[in-house]
Design a protein around this ligand. Structure first.
Ligand SMILES: Nc1nc2c(c(=O)[nH]1)N[C@@H](CN(C=O)c1ccc(C(=O)N[C@@H](CCC(=O)O)C(=O)O)cc1)CN2
Length: 283
């Protein structure tokens, strides 16, 4: 069923839920899902409503225009999206294939409701897997001594394909500040540790050296600061002294796949709200 998703963040006060609910009821809006959260630490309120598109007397732009006065009155940060408009997600990978393969399978089996206009990689090994799915593959090598040309090409490709979002599926290059800023809260990375532990490269090796009893994975929005963006989803799996680093890598891959696909689905369904480098996820 086609729905409109109304997502709101604003300074908390009495009357927000009543105002929004009354607005929707006035126009006969049929609410299929409603979530609220009052953050006492920040003093902000978060809300997400799904409304049957066929219950309202206007289309997406009309709904936005009708709601705008309420948004101004409550100083809201808000957006309204249409479930029928699939987001265009460019995937990026390096040599590791498990996260990319998992996302491609979930997309191919219609579990992930998005379009994948292309895949970009700094290596060529994964081309055949991607092209088997009928998706264009762009090999954009990154020269360690001069990365700018490569990321200029990445930016050109991302824009040429009309990307709404970018997913770093174990893409092992640090994105430049400009790309992070231009796609703020629209680039999702999978970091193979339970952040904030073990940021940077080789987190499983770091974890093994520390003797941890849990390893994990974190999907987060990408910011200029490495592995420090708003966390979307996390999970863990138990390990012990019996597990080598190689065993941790093997165990960790399943967690990475689950955490990245969950994080992307939450984003696609407009379930993630960001405030003060933290997220509220209405899952
Ligand atoms: N601007 C950002 N870019 C990226 C982020 C991020 O949070 N902000 N996350 C990383 C993913 N990542 C760990 O999850 C990670 C990737 C790469 C490196 C790194 O040191 N890369 C080296 C090159 C390594 C190589 O050539 O194989 C580098 O870029 O100099 C650390 C962490 C993705 N990008």
């Amino acid at each position: 069923m086609r729905t409109f998703r109304l997502v709101i963040a604003c300074p908390d006060r009495v009357g927000i839920v009543a105002k929004v609910s009354n607005f929707l009821a006035t126009y006969n809006g049929w609410i299929t899902e409603a979530s609220h959260h009052s953050d006492t630490q920040s003093g902000w309120f978060f809300m997400r409503h799904e409304i049957r598109a066929d219950s309202l007397p206007f289309e997406l732009e009309g709904l936005r225009q009708a709601f705008a006065p309420i948004a101004r009155e409550f100083s809201m940060e808000w957006r309204i999206t249409d479930s029928a408009q699939k987001k265009r997600v460019v995937l990026m990978a390096s040599r590791e294939s498990h996260c990319l393969a998992d996302l491609l399978h979930r997309w191919h089996s219609n579990e992930l409701d998005c379009d994948i206009p292309c895949v970009i990689s700094n290596h060529d090994e994964l081309r055949s897997m991607v092209e088997w799915h009928g998706i264009p593959y762009f090999h954009v090598p990154v020269e360690s001594q001069n990365k700018q040309p490569a990321f200029a090409e990445v930016e050109r490709l991302v824009k040429a394909h009309g990307a709404d979002a970018i997913v770093l599926a174990r893409y092992m290059q640090i994105l430049p500040p400009q790309l992070c800023a231009e796609f703020s809260q629209r680039v999702i990375n999978i970091h193979h540790s339970f952040l904030p532990s073990f940021v940077g490269a080789k987190p499983y090796h770091q974890a093994s050296m520390r003797g941890v009893k849990l390893i994990g994975a974190t999907s987060h929005y990408v910011t200029e600061e490495l592995d420090a963006g708003p966390i979307i989803e996390q999970d863990v799996v138990r390990v012990s002294h019996r597990d080598s680093v190689e065993e941790m890598v093997r165990l960790g891959k399943d967690v990475e796949k689950m955490v990245l696909s969950r994080g992307l689905r939450y984003h696609l369904e407009d379930r993630v709200l960001v405030h003060d480098n933290k997220t509220v996820v209405f899952d």
